[in-house]
Design a protein around this ligand. Structure first.
Ligand SMILES: Cc1ncc(COP(=O)(O)O)c(C=O)c1O
Length: 475
């Protein structure tokens, strides 16, 4: 059904840019019109008419603000409202949005070579990035494989494990978000992402409970032990129909499922089980990696070394690039047996993304963002705990570095999840100029993962805004 042609949108066609306020990136919010403002609404209406509903909630009636520009820890919407971004856009903008060094690297590379030719003729920055990442990998000696998305990295790691062990089975967890392309979806836990495709997803995955101390009746030690027992039971029990288990995949902190921080000792126990049963341990650090949790990689908190580690999100500073860092001997198992590479992808190790990633690694080092994440994480924890003490709906506050969550409940005694509270709190926070992310396997978590460069004043403002949002929504 052809509708009337869209009227030109005044602010993006003809007037491509809204002026940015001085200091944009480091500012406290500036709300000019209640969000979503008229321009956001107009763009959302336009989008909902031409975009299929699978990739947004616009079809459900949601009307998000439409982003115009972002720098540092600020986002400006198309109506000129300036927000503090506590999400780093799904953890991507760890070095801050539009970091000038990332932009410089992108512009410089784009002006020289915009695209390489995959396995056939590699581009220059790929070699530099491969050696940088191999050198910083927890397992040594290490080599790397590149993808564009977190899902790519997960699938590459699963492929390497299948080839290296000759065993296709995989153990994954119930609280697990590893991406939504088919291979990654097979290990992702959330049923409603998987249900429509169940018949097309491999039968190679066994599922264990992720240790979720807040929702476990017992001590954190018992919680970790129960998960480890379940994993051992799977390792010792009958294999999946497709064949024996060759790998376990785990997030060191279950990110999208609600920033669930497993009890100390869990990852060490998992490592020990993998050794005992001779299976590979894949840690998915697409979210937790590159400083987010106060260490370069979150596994360092437990002092364990995975066989394969997936990185993505923050790596490109806003450009799409992901990587698997892996034990060189394991990675070496997957190699060409014909004149063609056994794995290729048109945009693999895209030179512009690789140049951006090299800039990101420099920024993390020079701005000491790993240390900063540890310090700010501590401060954030204090602020959130203070807030939680004033709101009975705040059932638990948890964090590892700058990956934090408040879990909202109907009452603290039963810990019954309160997903219905999330949308009003998000809206009230947005009105106060703070962008928050909903999360959690029960849909009742306020997720917090700001740029690691966020200023103290911005962090305090954001937590105060959540405090107010909880108050005005009666929580
Ligand atoms: C831990 C983890 N792994 C993998 C992915 C998938 O990454 P992408 O969306 O880039 O495919 C995500 C995305 O949120 C993630 O959090």
């Amino acid at each position: 059904m052809a509708g009337a042609p869209d009227a030109p949108y005044p602010n993006t066609e003809g007037h491509p840019s809204l002026p940015e306020p001085a200091g944009f990136g480091m500012l406290l919010p500036r709300i000019l019109v209640p969000p979503p403002g008229p321009r956001s609404l107009a763009l959302a209406e336009r989008l909902v008419r031409s975009e299929a509903p699978a990739i947004s909630t616009l079809a459900n009636g949601d009307r998000p603000v439409v982003w115009h520009s972002a720098a540092g820890s600020n986002v400006m919407d198309v109506d000129g409202n300036v927000y503090i971004d506590t999400t780093a856009a799904f953890g991507v903008a760890s070095v801050g949005h539009r970091h000038p060094e990332v932009v410089r690297a992108v512009q410089e590379q784009a002006g020289r070579l915009l695209h390489g030719m995959g396995d056939f003729s590699p581009a220059e920055p790929r070699a530099a990035l491969a050696s940088r990442l191999a050198a910083m990998a927890p397992m040594q000696p290490a080599t790397v494989l590149f993808g564009l998305t977190g899902s790519d990295a997960v699938e590459l790691a699963l492929k390497v494990a299948a080839v290296a062990t000759g065993r296709p089975g995989v153990i994954a967890f119930d609280a697990a978000f590893h991406g939504q392309s088919y291979g990654a979806l097979a290990v992702t836990g959330r049923e409603h992402f998987r249900a429509a495709f169940a018949a097309q997803l491999g039968r190679h995955v066994l599922r264990a409970p992720y240790p979720y101390p807040y929702r476990f009746d017992g001590s954190p030690e018992d919680c970790a032990a129960a998960s480890l027992d379940a994993v051992e039971h799977l390792l010792a029990g009958p294999p999946p129909t497709s064949g024996p288990v060759g790998a376990v995949i785990v997030e060191p902190v279950a990110g999208r499922e609600g920033e669930i921080v497993p009890p100390p000792g869990f990852l060490r126990g998992l490592r020990a089980l993998c050794d005992q049963y001779d299976v590979l341990l894949i840690t998915d650090e697409v979210y937790t990696g590159l400083g987010r949790c106060g260490r370069v990689f979150a596994v360092e908190h437990e002092g364990i070394i995975p066989d394969l580690l997936c990185a993505g999100k923050a790596l490109g500073g806003g450009m799409p690039v992901s990587a698997v860092l892996g034990r060189a001997d394991v990675m070496a198992a997957w190699r060409p047996v014909t004149p063609e590479a056994p794995h290729a992808s048109t945009f693999l190790a895209h030179p512009v993304s690789a140049a951006a990633a090299l800039a990101v690694l420099d920024i993390i080092a020079t701005e000491q963002l790993v240390q900063r994440a540890a310090q700010c994480g501590h401060q954030l924890r204090g602020l959130l705990e203070h807030l939680a003490a004033r709101h009975p709906s705040a059932g638990q506050v948890r964090n590892l570095g700058m990956m934090a969550a408040i879990e909202l409940v109907r009452d603290r005694a039963t810990r019954a999840p309160a997903p219905e509270l999330i949308a009003p709190v998000l809206a009230a926070a947005l009105e106060r100029g703070v962008i928050l992310l909903p999360g959690g396997m029960h849909g009742n978590v306020l997720s917090f993962g700001p740029p690691l460069t966020i200023r103290e004043e911005q962090l305090e403002f954001a937590v105060n805004a959540i405090d107010e949002a909880l108050t005005v929504t009666g929580q």
